[in-house]
Write a protein that binds this ligand. Structure first.
Ligand code: UD1
Ligand code: CA
Length: 449
């Protein structure tokens, strides 16, 4: 069965009090919209349509940035959820199969839940995701008749008795595409809000002799984000889930509540993450790695046996082979570091290739930027870079070569050579003692005034 996802993201989100469209606010380093899309991806949708309205350009851009194949539909006026889904009709021309409607501001629906909905479609023409609400508030209510869903009534339109129903509508719906659009054509806006309610398709389906059913999920999955306060709650929920999953997967977190994961962080078994480590998007860490306290990793890969930090920063494009050591106050960006190389203290490595077992001394800087362009530094296997070497790129240091401490290296160094790029030392015997005496006398004389 072919699947299409339709993600509704045209709402204004005024309660965010933001210039940024609501669905672009981030949880764990990814826009809420991306979380919603990812929930549906395990179903291998053949089409994904994002319905945008307010701030549409930025929303469309973010969607395409995540996946260029996504189709963008525009809803100029927010006339209701049924009207929003109707805007996806063109983008779904020629599509045959099931549509699953998701909300861009509801980031935590589990893929397993959507799979259950897909399975429930075997028994029902329309499947709605419901949940038992602790406080049903203003949610739409699911009116059941045994196992069958009869209709959905919006809070505003509900009777006192209907408002006592605690089984609520999450908003997620699955139906065959043709059936869905036929039903939507029949939806009117004669209700308390004057909106075209997607929820009305259930009553319509029943009146046309079709069947509707529900799948239920935990309330936490259906959590929507409408304000900054709810955004922090969502972030907290995400982090709690990510930490629990990491522990389950065999990763030691010394102080789990201080470690922050991105939506796509991957960490191998028997790795240890010390307190106060932050993962930005795109970090992957293999098994048996130690990430020491206060490190920040993003867009990087750390292979087996690596030791990172404390206080290390791995930026996008840092590719570390096995057994690499990166110590305190070291920043690495767009650099390949081969097996067992050591970069232990106070160093910047950017746009570089570092050979295996190379040793980079404290305070080394790859001077990769000339103010306009970036240049590459190559350091050979087993090379020894003396402390405080400035490597002015483009420059290459051969295998087994050395640079003297404090050198400014502007020319390539051949394999096995020692390069010194510093001024010669001059020592004047007794001069320090004499200088001290002169200075101390001067201070005494000043004191008598
Ligand atoms: C909707 C449901 C309600 C359900 C609740 C769950 C309807 C009529 N009601 O109510 O039964 O309990 O969600 O949270 O569907 N959107 C558009 N275009 C529009 C209107 C909405 O794209 O014209 C998008 C919004 O951006 C949002 C989603 O659809 O992502 C839901 O819209 P919202 O206005 O929040 O619906 P609710 O009134 O909360
Ligand atoms: Ca809502």
């Amino acid at each position: 069965m072919s699947i299409a996802l339709v993600i509704l993201a045209a709402g204004q989100g005024t309660r965010m009090n933001s210039d940024l469209p609501k669905v672009l606010h981030q949880i764990a380093g990814a826009p809420m919209l991306v979380h919603a899309i990812r929930a549906g991806e395990p179903l291998e949708p053949s089409r994904i349509v994002v319905v945008t309205g307010h701030g549409g350009e930025a929303v469309g851009k973010a969607a395409l940035n995540y996946q260029p194949g996504i189709k963008i539909a525009i809803q100029d006026q927010q006339l209701g959820t049924a009207h929003a889904v109707a805007q996806a009709r063109d983008a779904l021309k020629g599509f045959e199969g099931d549509v699953i409607v998701l909300y861009g501001d509801t980031p935590f629906i589990r893929p397993e839940t959507l799979e259950q909905m897909q399975a429930a479609r075997a028994a029902h023409d329309v499947v709605v995701l419901g949940f038992e609400a602790a406080d049903p508030g203003r949610y739409g209510r699911l009116v059941m008749n045994g196992q069958n869903l009869e209709r959905i009534v919006e809070f505003k339109d509900a009777t006192e008795e209907e408002r006592r129903i605690t089984l609520c509508n999450s908003g997620v719906v699955a139906a065959n595409a043709d059936v869905l659009f036929d039903l939507i054509d029949g939806v009117s806006n004669e209700n308390a809000s004057g909106e075209y309610y997607l929820t009305d398709i259930v009553g319509l389906a029943r009146s046309r002799g079709m069947s509707a059913g529900t799948v239920t999920c935990a309330e936490a999955e259906t959590m929507g984000v409408n304000s900054r306060a709810e955004l922090t709650v969502a972030e907290g929920l995400f982090q709690a889930r990510a930490r629990a999953e990491a522990l389950e997967d065999g990763v030691t977190l010394v102080a789990p509540e201080t470690v922050y994961f991105a939506y796509d962080t991957a960490i191998g078994r028997d790795s240890v993450v010390e307190p106060n480590v932050v993962f930005g998007p795109g970090a992957s860490v293999e098994s048996g790695v130690k990430i020491r306290a206060f490190s920040h990793l993003e867009g990087c890969h750390v292979s087996r046996g690596g030791v990172i930090g404390p206080y290390a920063r791995l930026r996008p494009g840092a590719e570390l082979a096995e057994d690499v050591k990166v110590g305190n106050f070291v920043e690495i960006k767009a650099a390949r570091v081969d097996r067992a190389a050591k970069i232990n203290h106070l160093t910047y490595i950017g746009d570089a290739e570092i050979g295996e077992e190379a040793n980079i001394g404290a305070g080394t800087v790859t001077c990769n930027y000339d103010g306009v362009l970036k240049h590459t530094t190559r350091i050979g296997a087993r090379a020894f870079i003396g402390s405080s070497t400035m490597l002015v790129a483009p420059v290459s240091i051969g295998d087994d070569a050395m640079t003297g401490s404090g050198s400014v290296i502007t020319q390539d160094v051949e394999p096995g050579a020692l390069a010194l790029g510093r001024s010669r030392q001059v020592t004047k015997p007794g001069l320090a003692r004499r200088l001290f005496e002169v200075l101390k006398k001067k201070k005494r004389d000043q004191g008598t005034h």
